[in-house]
Design a protein around this ligand. Sequence first.
Ligand SMILES: *Cc1c(COP(=O)(O)O)cnc(C)c1O
Length: 462
Amino acid sequence: MQGWLEVYQRRLVVRAIGDVLDTKRRDILQGRTPDISVEGILSAVAAKLTAITSCQLRPVINATGIVIHTNLGRAPLGREVLNNVVAISEGYSNLEYDLAAGARGKRYVHVHQHLKELTNAEDTMVVNNNAAAVFLCLSALAKGKEVIVSRGELVEIGGSFRVPDIMAQSGGILREVGTTNKTRLTDYEDALTSDTALILKVHKSNFKVSGFTQEVDIEQLSTLAHSRGVGVMYDLGSGCLIDLKPLGVHTEPSVPEIIKTDVDIVAFSGDKLLGGPQSGIIVGKTSYVERIRRHPLSRALRIDKLTLAALETTLIQYLGTYETITQDIPVLRMLFQDIGQIRSRARKIASRVKNIDAEVEVAGEVSQVGGGALPGVELPTYVVRIRPSSMTVEQLQRRLHEATPPVVGRIKDGHLLLDARTINDSEVKDVINALKKKEEGGRRCFPGRSWPPLRPNAVDLR
Ligand SMILES: *Cc1c(COP(=O)(O)O)cnc(C)c1O
């Protein structure tokens, strides 16, 4: 064990040994017969040290078919985007330095032109995420004044982000109008007073209301608000910069379409349908954006340089053609993926795991977009459908979660489903290995560092 002390802090090694011995003692007291050979103890301590020094946050394979999966980190980023993140963050950058003027600059300028180009908005601003964007906009524009919101749009986005609570925190006074299923233009009209600061529309990102329903579109709201001298804000949730109609999605207007309606402020996420890093994008009229930029909270919610580097590269990719955009941006690539490609990937996995102790077949299914985007839109897909013979489906799921890298699928009707839409071609081998229970070496935080031999057979026991 001496060699370990050259790399790990002594107290870490001592703790690992202590933990292992405690476990062994407990096992003995409970009548079990643990391996107490020198090799057995060494290998257990080595495993413990590996576990302690491995990253908890690690890559997983998304086999759920949900393209924008908030629990799995939302939008994966493409290689070009990541290369720029590395380039910007491994040294210094002109983050807040204007090279032409030789003076202090603003961090927002780097994405400003691209956002203007892509949305046709007059002015732009970016913050840490969309929840922060909405909070900042309301704080800057509506503090102590009324904000009119339809009762059908008082939504919870997830976690503790609920429109009424965010409104209360921002200092805006919520003025609810209409009902859960129906809100008319006259409802907004009747609520407008000299205390009104804003009409707020919130996109129904993660649910659908159907049946006897009515809502007022943003164009009508803009006309009404401007005739009475108040502002209109749209929390678009999942902002999409391109037309999704080729995907068969007719319900999601793109940000430039929204801007055309003369709305004053639009806020949306960078890591939902846009497919970039976690960020909150605010676009709209200069008089409003200027007030938002000047608010003290904007400093507290500011975007970080790694994010900015990733966002700028993603936005530049949007300046390409429809074909290049849907190839370059992983979220869009997965959404627009050819069904034949998905099927052949599913077949490849299924054919390589014929010999495992389970019934394995390829079946047609549907994937969801996820991430509070396009609720109710179902994309046809293919899954590998597995019913294990010698263990429960839950046990198989747990085994896949413990694999390196972990594979996350879903259980349906007693089968484990692995959706080939969200599995990358480069991940197919890992999925097969996980199903066959062949482990690759675990990933560590510092891949460049040389680690001491941790396997007992590599340690000189003499
Ligand atoms: C997702 C969402 C948010 C929050 O965006 P984050 O980027 O997750 O902070 C706010 N409003 C709506 C309508 C959303 O869909």
